[in-house]
Design a protein around this ligand. Structure first.
Ligand SMILES: *Cc1c(COP(=O)(O)O)cnc(C)c1O
Length: 461
């Protein structure tokens, strides 16, 4: 079964590891639109942003020109603990599908936090420490980001305050305990510890929270406490920059064996893993050196790229963050409660939004029962128990491989396997018990979210 020339897992040697992050914005003709101050509707200045974010991260957020940015030595050392991540040839999946396609996946679940999020968490904690801060605040939904950040903060001895979406806090007590093991302070959101939390609770008593709402609380906590800044695990351009390590390693591993991918697939929530995986490949595409099909996969229940509007919108429910231009469902959009598959953020990275709008990548949406079917098939043949989020990419990769079976084409497919699903077994349980349903929002459902998009000249939807 195995092609003798290509190992089951491709690893890089220590001296082959990337030492710089790649900033895809440098190669984009149309740069992502700047963040706007919601009060003045003018681009946010570095000074304004530095009240919320660490100084070095503000520079990275605004850097549209440097193609490469050195990864500090301390971060490279930390990366060595769990990187390189393997690029695995899915021989068993190919056989199961009977496809002539060659399937590879980049597996980011080999660390305690269980996902790619640690790649950016460690960078953000490092810059906070270097600035002499006491700690950072953040939100977490399913819990992977909070876990990654608590690991990174304990490594650099920083205080870590996590606002965890209440429904996850209650449904995923084990995630919470991992975070507490690493010393984080975890608060269910909305909470009574912030003004915005109190306001949201007064307006929506009994709400189980949302990511947008937890972001508002975390930002308020940071700006009202001396020595704290806010950090975010996805969506921002700085996060995509840190995640470019995924794509750089993938490209180096493929080049080592002269493998040319045809299709690159990633799941898309806020866009960080997909952005990181595709960045160097997109760079080649933008420079006209190569061509790849790049596919973003999102849940049909939270379809920001496939059904959203490309406009300026709020990043959070409480409307305390800058406005970002992105494909969005509106900051008030909350996916149906029976959606268990993750990727629930209402907006999309402004880098990916611009690339998608310019036609450099495709987007599809998939329904969650199909996603769990793909996850189960993958687990049974490849061994790894995938996160539901990652399984969106598995589903799309399987579909592309099956198309190759029909046409006889030997395409090379690479997809991002972003993490493991050990904390998602309630969702798996629902699937196994036949209790999982697919809810696709109607146009009227989506309109409610669109109605909350800010209206100003040039921002018509
Ligand atoms: C957070 C997360 C995602 C989605 O976030 P992106 O920023 O879109 O990458 C995907 N997979 C896993 C395992 C995650 O933890």
């Amino acid at each position: 079964m195995q092609d003798k020339k290509i190992p089951y897992k491709i690893y890089l040697e220590e001296n082959e590891m990337p030492k710089q992050w790649y900033n895809v914005r440098a190669d984009m003709k149309n740069k992502p639109a700047p963040l706007l101050n919601p009060g003045t509707l003018q681009p946010m200045t570095a000074e304004e942003l530095s009240g919320v974010f660490c100084d070095e991260l503000v520079k990275q957020e605004m850097n549209n020109t440097d193609r490469y940015i050195d990864i500090p030595e301390e971060i490279l050392d930390f990366y060595k603990m769990y990187r390189p991540s393997p690029l695995v040839r899915a021989y068993c999946l190919e056989k199961k599908l009977g496809t002539p396609a060659k399937i590879y996946y980049k597996f980011e679940g080999n660390n305690t936090s269980g996902s790619h999020k640690l790649n950016s968490a460690i960078a953000q904690a490092y810059y906070a420490k270097k600035q002499g801060l006491k700690g950072v605040t953040t939100e977490t939904g399913a819990g992977q980001w909070g876990t990654a950040l608590s690991m990174a903060c304990s490594y650099f001895d920083l205080d870590c305050k996590v606002y965890m979406v209440k429904v996850s806090y209650e449904q995923k007590p084990f995630r919470r305990e991992v975070m507490r093991t690493y010393g984080a302070n975890v608060t269910p959101s909305p909470s009574m510890t912030t003004e915005v939390g109190k306001k949201i609770l007064a307006e929506h008593p009994g709400t189980t929270g949302s990511l947008g709402c937890a972001i508002s609380e975390a930002v308020e906590d940071a700006v009202t406490h001396e020595g704290y800044r806010y950090v975010l695990g996805s969506v921002l351009s700085q996060v995509l920059l840190h995640q470019s390590i995924i794509g750089e390693e993938t490209m180096a591993a493929l080049k080592k064996y002269n493998i040319e991918p045809d299709i690159i697939i990633g799941c898309a929530g806020g866009g960080s893993n997909l952005g990181g995986l595709i960045s160097p490949f997109m760079g080649e595409k933008l420079r006209g050196e190569k061509d790849y099909r790049i596919i973003a996969v999102e849940p049909a229940s939270c379809p920001s790229l496939t059904r959203g509007k490309y406009v300026y919108d709020f990043c959070d429910t409480g409307k305390v963050c800058p406005l970002a231009k992105m494909y969005t469902l509106g900051s008030g959009f909350i996916p149906s409660p029976n959606h268990a598959g993750g990727l629930r953020y209402h907006g999309m990275s402004s880098i990916l939004s611009q690339l998608y709008d310019d036609g450099y990548m495709e987007a599809i949406s998939v329904e969650q029962t199909e996603v769990f079917k793909a996850a189960e098939m993958f687990a049974r043949v490849e061994g790894i128990l995938p996160a539901p989020e990652s399984s969106h990419a598995i589903k799309a990769a399987i579909d592309e491989a099956l198309k190759c079976k029909e046409t006889g084409e030997e395409k090379t497919i690479v997809f991002g396997l972003t993490g493991t699903g050990y904390f998602d077994l309630v969702a798996y349980e629902k699937f196994h018990n036949g209790e999982m349903s697919d809810y696709i929002p109607t146009d009227a459902d989506l309109q409610v979210g669109f109605d909350g998009i800010p209206k100003f000249p040039g921002n018509e939807i």
